[in-house]
Design a protein around this ligand. Structure first.
Ligand code: T3D
Length: 261
């Protein structure tokens, strides 16, 4: 176990899993400047720790994340700078992490909180979770990658409806749309998330990270580019200790024991 002295989040590692809990429950874990900074720092700490083989992001209290902190946000703001220097690096850091990231959505996600949840590689939601774009409600546009995520996942027409708030996106809707891997009762969320995270953390970490790279690249790739990328990364995966362990286990008709190398 390890603890870090953060003001707005909790960070712990256990059994190869780093869990980051956004911890401003009175504001539904809205992203103020401190939380944005600390979240990026925690992701970097997890990334540097070789024992971390899966990462969970969740929220304290009854919400996952209500997006930008709107308290005290009246007056002129430097949106472009804040997005490019604080929000976008967060999304890119999550997508760039070698370890798989699970968003454990324990309640409402709104605004950039939806972007954050859907930037994860896998999303598990409690059945009372909902995804509320909310941007248009305060006359902003979607940000932190949400337009791209939704348009690619759902097509432009359904994405537009959701972004305008014309179509409700509850946990079951998000599951049916393929955005969410599983929906569970609130009291089963932590255990379900932990079981998935531990399964991933005991898997072939290198191959999982390379698969994530291929999936990231495939979103923009032509078929020849995707084929080339797969061949190049297979060369790396195929030389790993875990690959040899997997083939040996297959031959001996037993479960492999992967060490993440
Ligand atoms: O400015 C920039 O940084 C640029 C980037 C922008 C990216 C964005 O994310 S823009 C979108 C910002 N987020 C929102 O507009 C969502 C605002 N919140 C809501 O619409 C609702 O609160 C929810 C739909 C999320 C949940 O509704 P409900 O009824 O379950 O809860 P509630 O009663 O509205 O909120 C509970 C408390 O959380 C409440 O505080 P109180 O009265 O108990 O002391 C509320 O003020 C607080 N809260 C909710 N959202 C935020 C928030 N506090 C600060 N910022 C928030 N975003």
């Amino acid at each position: 176990m390890s603890d870090q002295p953060y003001e707005t989040l909790l960070f712990e590692t256990d059994a190869g899993v780093a869990t980051i809990t956004l911890n401003r429950p009175d504001a539904l874990n809205a992203l103020n400047a401190t939380l944005r900074r600390e979240l990026l720092a925690a992701i970097k700490v997890a990334d540097r720790d070789e024992t971390v083989r899966a990462i969970v992001i969740t929220g304290a209290g009854r919400g996952f994340c209500a997006g930008a902190d709107l308290r005290g946000s009246s007056g002129e703001r430097d949106f472009r700078r804040v997005l490019t220097t604080e929000y976008n690096p967060l999304i890119e850091a999550i997508r760039g992490l070698g370890a798989p990231v699970i968003a454990s959505v324990n309640g409402v996600a709104a605004g950039a909180g939806v972007s954050l949840a859907l930037a994860a590689d896998l999303v598990i939601a409690s059945d009372d979770a909902r995804f509320v774009p909310a941007f248009n409600r305060i006359a902003l546009v979607p940000d932190s990658g949400l337009t791209r995520t939704l348009v690619r996942a759902l097509g432009r027409h359904r994405a537009f409806e959701i972004l305008l708030g014309e179509r409700h996106l509850g946990a079951d809707d998000a599951h049916a749309a393929g955005l969410v891997a599983a929906v569970v009762p609130p009291d089963a969320l932590a255990d379900t998330t932990r079981a998935l995270a531990r399964r991933l953390a005991s898997g072939p970490t290198g191959a999982i990270g390379l698969t994530k790279r291929l999936v990231n690249a495939a979103e923009d790739a032509t078929l020849p580019d995707a084929l080339d990328a797969e061949a190049a990364l297979q060369e790396i995966a195929g030389r790993s200790e875990d690959h040899a362990a997997g083939v040996a286990a297959f031959a001996e008709r037993r479960e492999p024991k992967f060490r993440g190398r």
